[in-house]
Design a protein around this ligand. Sequence first.
Ligand code: A3P
Length: 329
Amino acid sequence: MTEDACFPVLSLIYFLLLDRPQPICPIEGRSGSNLPEQIPLRTLQFKRGLLHELRKGNATTEQIRLHNLVQQLPQAIIIGVRKGGTRALLEMLNLHPAVVKASQEVHFFDNDPNYAKGIEWYRGKMPFSHPHQITIEKSPAYFITEEVPERIFKMNSSIKLLLIVREPTTRAVSDYTQVLEGKERKNKTYYKFEKLAIDPNTCEVNTKYKAVRTSIYTKHLEKWLKYFPVEQFHIVDGDRLITDPLPELQLVEQFLNLPPRISQFNLYFNATRGFYCLRFNIVFNKCLAGSKGRIHPDVDPSVVTKLRKFFHPFNQKFYQIIGRTFNWP
Ligand code: A3P
């Protein structure tokens, strides 16, 4: 059942069984960095109720005032990387009662016309939340866009930055697969991955190909480090988020100074989907859309080997900077 489809049923259950939702936490004097140790269970039910209505534009000004709801600038941003698992990460973090997600990619910092609209336009794109909650948005293009680090720094120099990465060659193939699907939808022909990733003149890796460049994580990260210390980043292992998400989410909870609330109950493996899906409560669960978890085309093993060899030194540098090692070949 989708979130939208099941909401009216859930609302009825809340009202009949749990009576009217009340604001759960006293609101005054709380900020994102000073989160309560205990978040009552009903916060989650409340969040799925009124906040959902607010997202759909159904709440009244009176409800917003009564519940002291605000649109907060994000205290944490998932900056990328494209095809790293950014949607899964955002949706899974949103299981936490103290996290509210911006559903859409806002593209404020990487898109000049959007950026020119100013910070209040950006705030207006944020969901309603309680002041003790934290807002998180994700726009994967932020990681590779030159202007973004400085712009985010100007908004909030102490913001927390989440970066989710996958083994670079797999990520590049995933990136290619997404573009390929778009072309096929428009009945366009497209090159094979091998042709794009390897320069036919030199037989070397084609560093002009965007899917290759995006996977050179250290090059992009170095640009961010001109503005933010490395401690302000948390790097999520996107490959592990697929196979065993809970430990990765627990590390993010720690990084965000959130009390541990996401549990194994919230995540279940769906064999049909081949991925972990999300369980919000006994009634409502959901898997990510079918555009996540595409079948990748087979790639010539010699090209895979060449790419892995190419990424290897960049990966070593990346590990050194972030102080974490991944099982990448
Ligand atoms: P593939 O489509 O290559 O498998 P992003 O959200 O940044 O675009 O990343 C998409 C990737 O998220 C998918 O890449 C998929 O492997 C990964 N992913 C991680 N956890 C997932 C989950 N629980 N459900 C679906 N996809 C997930």
